[in-house]
Design a protein around this ligand. Structure first.
Ligand code: CP
Ligand code: NVA
Length: 300
């Protein structure tokens, strides 16, 4: 695997291989075994947006694999002053062994890969969050023992998380339902692809979408970069909350996932979050293990 730009670039087999390796690395880590597979290698981490999980799990993951990671805030590097991606890519390729980037435009991530000569990993764009969904799939498989045939329902904004959940979950044979207001649907091309390649539903009817779900997933109503729309979105999304009533439509043993950070009282109630804290914080932990697998697959 050369890069991880978006999940549609991966085959089902490649996704399962990443999950298997993530499970193995997780088990070995718990047993105190670390492999210095990336000894002497450096990952640059470009951040144009904030992060807790992505930053800390990538940095820790590189360290556990014997390498090192460098935090590059776009505010502090010349990229933030307008140096073009094509030049940044060629320069950083001379120093680093891989780049993880979190930014706005998916095209910036694709351009880094196009102009650079080292592996590029998408750490979140407005379009996709592939690393999160690989950790999510690892978590679902851990808790449910399988992926194929399960139903996931995403409740809320048709954002980067919704896009990547659709692609990742359809690829592994899950059924995907999205409950969102009409004006906040996921990417049109992704929805078309999903309808042609699996069982997919997008509706504004939350009860219909959540019905018999094995996994209920939600994310913030206003993503990073949409802060000035927060008030407008609070009105548009007020009925799209994962609360006890929403969960009553899902299977009795349904799990709840949230990529975090969570806004209690908006997209999820404190009660539901705390009842499913075990699943949600396993999910956060699995960012580390899944990303170590991604780092090994792209940089080793
Ligand atoms: N879920 C996620 O990507 O978290 P951070 O924004 O903290 O990295
Ligand atoms: N949709 C959210 C995800 C955060 C991990 C955002 O882009 O801000």
């Amino acid at each position: 695997m050369k890069h991880l730009l978006k999940l549609s670039d991966l085959s089902k087999e490649e996704i399962i291989e990443i999950l298997d390796l993530a499970d193995k690395l997780k088990k070995e880590r718990k047993e105190g075994i670390d492999h210095p597979i990336l000894k002497g290698k450096t990952l640059g981490m470009i951040f144009t947006k904030s992060s807790t999980r992505t930053r800390v799990s990538f940095e820790t993951g590189m360290y556990q694999l014997g390498g090192t990671a460098m935090f590059l805030s776009s505010r502090d590097i010349q990229l933030g002053r307008g140096e073009p991606i094509c030049d940044t890519a060629r320069v950083l390729s001379r120093y680093l062994d891989g780049i993880m980037i979190r930014t706005f435009d998916q095209s910036d991530v694709e351009d880094l890969a196009k102009y650079g000569s080292i592996p590029i990993i998408n750490g979140l764009t407005d379009y996709a969050h592939p690393c999160q969904v690989l950790a999510d799939l690892q978590t679902i498989r851990e808790h449910k023992g399988k992926l194929e045939g399960l139903k996931i329902c995403f409740v809320g904004d048709g954002n980067n998380m919704a896009n990547s959940i659709i692609v990742g979950c359809i690829k592994v044979g899950m059924s995907v339902a999205i409950a969102c207001p009409d004006n906040y649907k996921p990417d049109v091309d992704i929805m078309k692809w999903a309808s042609e390649n699996g069982e997919f539903l997008c509706t504004s009817n939350i009860a219909e979408a959540v019905k018999d779900a094995d996994v209920v997933y939600t994310d913030v109503w206003a993503s990073m970069g949409q802060e000035d729309e927060a008030e407008k979105r609070k009105i548009a999304f007020k009925d799209y909350c994962v609360n006890a009533n929403t969960m009553s439509y899902a299977k009795n043993d349904a799990m709840v996932l949230h990529c975090l950070p969570a806004h209690r009282g908006e997209e999820i109630t404190a009660e539901v979050l705390e009842a499913h804290a075990n699943e949600i914080f396993d999910e956060a932990e699995n960012r580390l293990h899944a990303q170590k697998a991604i780092l090994v697959k792209t940089m080793a």
